[in-house]
Design a protein around this ligand. Structure first.
Ligand SMILES: N[C@@H](CCC(=O)N[C@@H](CSC=O)C(=O)NCC(=O)O)C(=O)O
Length: 298
């Protein structure tokens, strides 16, 4: 299995690679964008770490590649970026029976579905955190002057549904500390408690709430122990139309009380910002610095 290079675009000091590959996990062709920072093009002594960015509902790998302005930050610190897709797509992939944008295609919630008809293709957790990093490592091995580390020295972030995906994966895989750091922009923080999450978890995982807990940051905080000084960085705009009914970061803080994550969630409520990429791009430099520190770049 390998990647097809759909497009290579010079961007900032590096290059954005638009790739696609057949995924065993989803049974579909998956698109993914990878930004190679300027450091990649000059021989490095150490492997270049990778930041994974998970996008929100309705997105493809293009939204953040075009509008989040991560690329100058990747060049500044020397990390690569991976922008995966938000769901499987294509012929035969089941979508939302209600034809809404909050479930189905481009709304996978990054879980491994257990329910019909979704379980065949919606294996996004395994795809993103296992298959994709392995495949990217193989593809980039022995290419270019520098090594890229897609597996070990990695961090994760995301926006909205993708913010949830980042928190969920960080905490779910925390015992092995797969991701060195996690941040999120306007994430869905406690999906079991809000309509978007209940619909998605119900559809992909079934109606039994117990089955939702292993993906829900609000529960995962209680199921995994912070081993030291790890912090989670979150920004949330107060002018975001989804803030009070779907995102609810205060619920996550409440859930962290009395756990090893108490005081470790750095929630920044930012006055007036909405849910758009104007908001995301404003705070990308702060998140980039946070991850660069945790990836040992500064
Ligand atoms: N189409 C919807 C709006 C959908 C939306 O706001 N999507 C966000 C993520 S929401 C949570 O996951 C997004 O990132 N959109 C892409 C973009 O480029 O802004 C509506 O009609 O309200």
């Amino acid at each position: 299995m390998t990647f097809q290079i759909k497009q290579e675009i010079a961007s900032c000091g590096g290059k954005l690679m638009k790739l696609s590959h057949p995924s065993k996990k989803t049974g579909t062709e998956m698109e993914v964008n990878v930004y190679l920072p300027k450091q990649y093009f000059h021989k490095q002594d150490q492997s270049i770490p990778v930041l994974y960015y998970l996008s929100g509902l309705t997105c493809s790998p293009q939204n953040a590649s075009e509008k989040a302005f991560w690329q100058p930050q990747a060049d500044k610190y020397g990390f690569a970026l991976v922008f995966p897709d938000t769901s499987p797509r294509g012929e035969g992939v089941p979508d939302d029976p209600e034809e809404s944008w909050d479930f189905g295609i481009s709304a996978s919630f990054y879980v491994d579905a257990t329910q019909e008809p979704y379980k065949k293709n919606y294996q996004m957790f395994s795809y993103i955190h296992d298959e994709l990093p392995r495949e990217l490592s193989q593809f980039f091995e022995n290419k270019g002057n520098s090594k890229l580390d897609f597996v070990e020295n990695v961090a994760i972030t995301g926006h909205s549904m993708g913010g949830f995906g980042a928190l969920s994966a960080f905490l779910k895989l925390y015992p092995e500390r797969k991701y060195k750091s996690c941040s999120a922009f306007a994430p869905i923080t406690f999906p079991s408690k809000v309509q978007w999450g209940q619909k998605a978890f119900g559809g992909y995982l079934g109606q039994e709430e117990e089955k939702w807990k292993p993906y829900d940051p609000g529960h995962l905080l209680k199921m995994t122990t912070n081993i030291g000084s790890d912090k989670i960085l979150i920004h949330q705009g107060t002018g975001d139309p989804f803030y009070k009914n779907q995102l609810k970061p205060e619920l996550l803080l409440e859930a962290s009380k009395g756990t090893s994550w108490d005081g470790k969630i750095n929630l920044n409520l930012v006055e007036g910002f909405d849910h758009s990429y104007y908001f995301v791009s404003t705070f990308v430099p702060e998140h980039a610095e946070f991850h660069a520190k945790n990836l040992g770049l500064i």
